[in-house]
Design a protein around this ligand. Structure first.
Ligand code: NAI
Ligand code: MG
Length: 360
């Protein structure tokens, strides 16, 4: 059956990295006997230039009707680009917010892993990396503190600001299911991170995680308080497989985990809803400083395409083939300029993409 993939190259290095990831997907289709169709749509600055808005409803509709969306990055240089003279709702990032909201993407999956070949860039000590690390943070993306009611008022003439942290049982249940499913595809260990010693939302979170866990007897569920999790991520990241946590904690922990790898240019992400449709994108931005120079590292986008195969298409073998090819390219010593070290072989965006394809 044909799978419809919508590509959103976006701005800056976006078109270069998406071109390579698309070629990888086309190569996978050929090798494994699948039919993928590709439709490109504009989003971000390029869409502002063409249509006067960062994402048109017509293009959004194409994304909604697809089986998966692969995004490069959007945005330009905030100081020099005319896009940032527009009202916030018309700027490139508004396109991203619109597509995330309209697709109902409530689960954000951000892996963090260390390739042994890139360990020199990792800020942790070698003894902490004895077993390496390879983890995924599943962050709840549309509830909690960032979406609760807020206001500022004077209470007895004291200026007072209020933010509310709300989670409902169904919101927790659906993110729990995504996390258990992710753990099922991996090493079957799930650590739910909360602050159950203080917060009611965390106590409900813990209870629902336990309940959903009964449907996944192969997955080992445990709980960790968020302050401890923040320490453990830098002390012993190898202990984690899948972490699931609420919006605010996930925001902070996923940035912490990405820095621990030492190479954000390598990290993919997935945002999922209740259906199989997902949005896949590298964790980095549009890197306008190196756009159009064949210098961008396409691996984060190629690894996002592997996540697309895994989570939207249930093509685990194909996803692993792409991930193994990326590991093999690094083992063979090829590096784009951002991860180059002495004694390795420096290659551009195009060549890096071709080297990955050769190894699938
Ligand atoms: P950035 O991630 O684009 O760049 C930070 C630094 O990392 C730059 O020196 C860049 O050259 C380098 N870099 C990033 N990705 C790379 C890659 N694949 N290969 C080699 N080097 C890479 O972050 P920055 O500079 O803060 O933002 C630039 C633009 O990207 C802004 O307009 C920002 O709003 C946008 N942005 C978009 C995101 C998205 O579309 N999801 C996410 C983050 C930023
Ligand atoms: Mg953040």
């Amino acid at each position: 059956m044909e799978k419809k993939i919508v590509l959103i190259p976006g701005d800056g290095i976006g078109p270069e990295i998406v071109r390579e990831a698309k070629a990888v997907l086309a190569h996978v289709a050929e090798k494994f006997g699948h039919t993928f169709s590709f439709t490109e749509i504009d989003m971000g600055g390029c869409s502002i230039d063409r249509y006067g808005e960062p994402l048109t409803d017509e293009n959004l509709q194409k994304a909604k009707e697809s089986d998966a969306v692969l995004l490069g990055a959007v945005g330009g240089n905030a100081e020099t680009s005319p896009w940032y003279k527009l009202a916030p709702s018309l700027r490139p990032e508004a396109g991203l917010l619109k597509i995330r909201k309209e697709l109902g993407l409530f689960a954000n999956l951000r892996p963090a892993f260390l390739y042994p070949e890139l360990a020199a860039a990792c800020p942790l000590k070698p003894e902490q990396l004895a077993n390496g690390f390879d983890l995924v943070i599943v962050r709840e993306l549309t509830g909690g503190l960032y979406f609760g009611e807020r206001h500022t008022e004077k209470v007895n003439s004291v200026e007072t600001a209020v933010d509310t942290l709300v989670y409902t049982e169904p919101e927790i249940r659906r993110i729990a299911i995504k996390a258990f499913e992710a753990a099922t595809k991996r090493r079957k260990s799930l650590i739910s991170v909360d602050k159950a010693n203080v917060l009611d939302t965390s106590r409900l979170w813990r209870r629902v995680m336990e309940e959903v866990g009964k449907d996944y007897p192969d997955v080992k569920l445990s709980h960790m308080l968020v302050d401890n999790a923040a320490m453990q991520l830098v002390y012993n990241p190898g202990q984690f497989d899948v972490i699931v946590t609420e919006n605010t904690f996930g925001d902070i922990l996923s940035d912490e985990a990405s820095m621990v790898t030492g190479s954000i240019g390598m990290l993919p992400s997935a945002s999922l809803n209740e259906t199989k449709l997902g949005l896949y994108e590298p964790s980095h931005g549009s890197a306008p400083d190196i756009a159009g120079q064949d210098k961008a590292n396409p691996l984060a986008t190629i690894l996002s395409a592997a996540m697309l195969l895994r989570y939207s298409f249930d093509m685990e073998t194909e996803a692993r083939a792409v991930e193994s090819a990326v590991a093999a390219v690094l083992r063979d010593g090829y590096r784009t300029p951002d991860i180059y070290t002495e004694g390795t072989k420096k290659v551009g965006t195009r060549e890096m993409g071709a080297l990955v394809r050769e190894r699938i």
